[in-house]
Design a protein around this ligand. Structure first.
Ligand code: GSH
Length: 210
């Protein structure tokens, strides 16, 4: 098994933190995303979405999508559990992870790609074209991040981690969401002390340096 990865890519980092939490070591193949090698063979056939990360199995099967890769690893290595030990935990962790991805991570990722000149010509991940960067997408991304942080603040007032008392994949996604916000000069607002407390807790975990 090999993980096709690009060291600074947040989605690849999400999988590496997940692996580190489980103590898994999988050989890494560095894909030079900024050089556009994922549009060339063999990558084009391995992952038609032209993004990282993706996991190449020994039989040649390639699994893309960071959460799908984590699901596969969780099924192979259930302990420690990061996606839930029973149907209720699994559903709650999945619910929070999806809300963070849909309401925060994706809008903030699109905000960053519409704000940073380095993403000109590559506004949509896995594409190279002349789509223009829209400032409205940046502003709407920040609006959506603030709405989600208000909801996370309430959840974290009563829970140590996002989906309850146990660290889970929802915390990994949330951690990288906050880091995307920081890259947009949009740190955790002062009136979100529980989010700030949770973020410091997660950032102190050795896995975040994976
Ligand atoms: N939904 C995918 C997103 C993957 C993605 O967008 N990866 C970025 C790196 S974080 C990428 O490869 N971008 C290629 C590019 O910039 O064109 C996942 O969760 O794995």
């Amino acid at each position: 098994m090999k993980l096709h990865d690009f060291d600074p890519a947040p989605n690849a980092q999400r999988v590496r933190v997940f692996m580190a939490e489980k103590g898994l070591e999988i050989p890494i193949v560095e894909v030079k995303v900024r050089d556009g090698v994922m549009f060339e063979e063999p990558y084009r056939s391995m992952n038609p979405f032209a993004v990282v990360p993706f996991l190449e199995l020994d039989d040649g099967t390639c699994i893309g999508e960071s959460v799908s890769i984590c699901r596969y690893l969780e099924d192979l290595h259930p302990t420690p559990s990061l996606m839930g030990r029973d149907p209720k935990e699994r559903a709650l962790i999945d619910m929070w992870n999806r809300r963070i991805e849909l309401d925060g991570y994706l809008p903030t990722m699109h905000a960053l790609r519409n704000a940073d000149p380095a993403f000109q010509g590559r506004v949509v991940p896995g594409t190279r074209n002349d789509l223009v960067q829209f400032p409205e997408i940046v502003e709407r991304g920040k609006d959506m991040l603030l709405i989600l942080l208000e909801r996370l603040e309430a959840q974290l007032a009563d829970n140590r981690f996002i989906a309850g008392e146990a660290f889970s994949i929802a915390d990994i996604t949330g951690y990288f969401l906050i880091r995307l916000g920081v890259r947009l000069d949009f740190p955790i607002p002062d009136d979100r002390p529980n989010v700030a407390r949770w973020y410091e807790d997660v950032a102190a975990r050795p896995s975040t340096r994976a």
